[in-house]
Design a protein around this ligand. Structure first.
Ligand code: DC
Length: 226
């Protein structure tokens, strides 16, 4: 059997999925596809239009009309991919505090999940890909050749996120970061549709005591073993 061509990486916020996804895709020459950016771009679109994120009908309708494009990085400014919202480059805007605060709320709606999942499947099935998200192995690509669930404790994830902010020269409060992560974990894992969960055929990697190089090594072992 050849190498897996569709690789799903799921896990909670700030577990290191994106970093692992980027490195694994680079190592294999695959497309890196972070599905979280689509929910983020939709949340930004809602905020830009002044919509109430708790208005399910309005957000659902927006999800069906808004055009989100994701592709390989075209600018060397530290980005992992390009994200376009109706033709506008929003790669960095989707990382704002406002988007962080509301993206989990926007992600629970049925119409949102359907619109995003349809688009994600189109991209995933047309390429050799490493797809990163919350519901990739469970819903988006249930027949993925390899499913990895990357986990870490909330405290370790908060510490890493906090350190990233400090390194970028941003003001950061560890307790606030921890609270925000726990809140997103709660919403992401208890929502009715496509909650974050470990599927039976996923391999769990816990990165509490592992650096990214060690996590990457483990993932590569899995790739070459499939
Ligand atoms: O991975 P991230 O932090 O960029 O994801 C942002 C939000 O998007 C996250 O809180 C939940 C949602 N999301 C999702 O529901 N399903 C996915 N496949 C990816 C992200």
């Amino acid at each position: 059997m050849g190498l897996p061509t569709t690789i799903a990486i799921d896990g909670p916020a700030a577990s290191g999925k994106s970093t692992l996804g980027v490195l694994l895709a680079q190592a294999l020459g695959y497309l890196y596809f972070d599905t979280g950016v689509m929910y983020r771009a939709l949340t930004l679109a809602a905020l830009q239009r002044g919509l109430n994120v708790h208005d399910e009908a309005a957000i659902g309708a927006l999800a069906e009309t808004v055009h989100i494009d994701v592709g390989p990085p075209s600018v060397e400014d530290g980005r992992d991919c390009d994200v376009f919202l109706d033709g506008q480059d929003v790669t960095w805007e989707i990382r704002s505090d406002a988007v962080n605060s509301f993206v989990s709320d926007v992600s629970v709606y049925a119409a949102v999940r359907k619109a995003m999942t349809d688009q994600q499947r189109r991209i995933a099935y047309a390429n050799k890909v490493v797809v990163v998200g919350r519901d990739i192995g469970s819903v988006v690509i249930p027949d993925a050749d390899l499913k990895i669930y990357l986990d870490a404790s909330a405290e370790v994830r908060a510490q890493r996120r906090y350190q990233e902010m400090i390194n970028r020269g941003e003001a950061a409060d560890y307790e606030a970061v921890l609270r925000s992560l726990k809140n997103r974990d709660q919403i992401d894992s208890t929502r009715e549709i496509a909650p974050l969960k470990v599927v039976e055929d996923a391999v769990v990697i816990n990165s509490d005591d592992l650096g990214i190089e060690e996590v990457l090594e483990k993932a590569k072992e899995l790739v070459y073993r499939v």
